[in-house]
Design a protein around this ligand. Sequence first.
Ligand SMILES: Cc1cc2nc3c(=O)[nH]c(=O)nc-3n(C[C@H](O)[C@H](O)[C@H](O)COP(=O)(O)OP(=O)(O)OC[C@H]3O[C@@H](n4cnc5c(N)ncnc54)[C@H](O)[C@@H]3O)c2cc1C
Length: 386
Amino acid sequence: MDFALTDDQVALRETARRFATERMTPVAAELEAGDVPLSAEWRRQYADMGFLGINVSPKYGGLGMTNLDALLVLEEFAKVSSAVAFPVFESNVGPARAIEHFGHDNLKRRVLPAMCAGEIVVAVSMSEPDAGSALTDLTTRATVKGDTIVLNGQKRWCSGGGHSDGYVVYCRLSDDPGAKGIGAVYVEKDRPNVRFGPNEELMGFRGIPSADIFFDDVEVPADNLIVPAGGFPRLMEAFDLERCGNATMAVGQAAAALDDALAYVQERRQFGKPIVDFQAVQLKLADMAMRVEAARLLIHRAAQNASHGLPSVYESSLAKCFANEIAREVCGTAVQLLGGYGYSKAFPAERRFRDSWGWGIAGGTIDIQKVNIAAALVGRRFNQRG
Ligand SMILES: Cc1cc2nc3c(=O)[nH]c(=O)nc-3n(C[C@H](O)[C@H](O)[C@H](O)COP(=O)(O)OP(=O)(O)OC[C@H]3O[C@@H](n4cnc5c(N)ncnc54)[C@H](O)[C@@H]3O)c2cc1C
């Protein structure tokens, strides 16, 4: 077993780290202050630098590298902020992967090269007002009528909602109950009768727009079908990689919080000496480092075992659940160690704390991951409805 990154991976991470810290730190502050998403100009720069579609096949405009390569880059951006990292997330581990794995070739050619070039952003729209953890209760309906698919329904909490150019919409494609009737359809933002609600005001995630989406007899071509009815398990497989991305976003918050705290406690003096000289502070640093390192290892294991494919539900749920939990703790400890500066909006510690909370709800809550983990351990799914 080799825990060392290759020379190429170290170089890739270093390039991403330098670009993200030097160029994106001021941009992160602007996105946070204005609650606006990253501009198309910046996305194109990301694409020029090779940060989008890292693990997407070169046939569709990507770089054909591994999932781990993509996650190494994502963490460096996440350390700067969730908002500047979001296009990296979406293009590497987000909804695009469902399109690449399961979509019609026409759809892949329409969507993926444009996404890898930073020209469009793609979001995933699963949740509904009455279908969150109980995702298979979703009611958005898609009906195939000849060469056309017609959608009706309402979605909620879509990150990128209202801003993204395209949506991977989970919907009901047959009358079969529960998961059996669910598939997914790609819907472009500018299709007639696609409407968006107002931008949600969230606790964190500023710079990542979120809005309800309404579909009223929205028509898309038949090759926008990504997965037909009955394909829900395949969608969930693609989601296993998104979980690793979510975990990486969380670990990025925690790792940056640790870096900031480490610098601060060596500089800040109280009672005539640097506060790092107090043992209570040292213990906090050690606790933070243990958690960050362990979370990162779980993520890297899940990604490495999947290489170019899709991680297992067990490994990706473990990684997400643990990273989500430790990110909240570590970011909270950083706020505490930075004292008044930790609580001030002039510094990023409080933003990281707020964002870290969101990653433990987005993509399936922490407790739902635990249910997945227990199911994998026992070897059967537990009926949540009985
Ligand atoms: C920041 C953010 C970004 C998001 N981005 C997206 C996105 O891009 N696309 C998208 O489709 N959705 C997105 N979501 C929605 C997210 O997936 C849901 O919020 C999440 O799945 C939980 O659903 P819910 O909010 O309806 O909560 P509920 O399902 O109502 O859960 C409420 C509480 O009950 C608990 N609970 C529910 N059922 C069980 C159970 N069986 N066992 C134990 N506990 C249970 C949950 O753990 C939770 O603590 C986002 C949410 C947030 C906060």
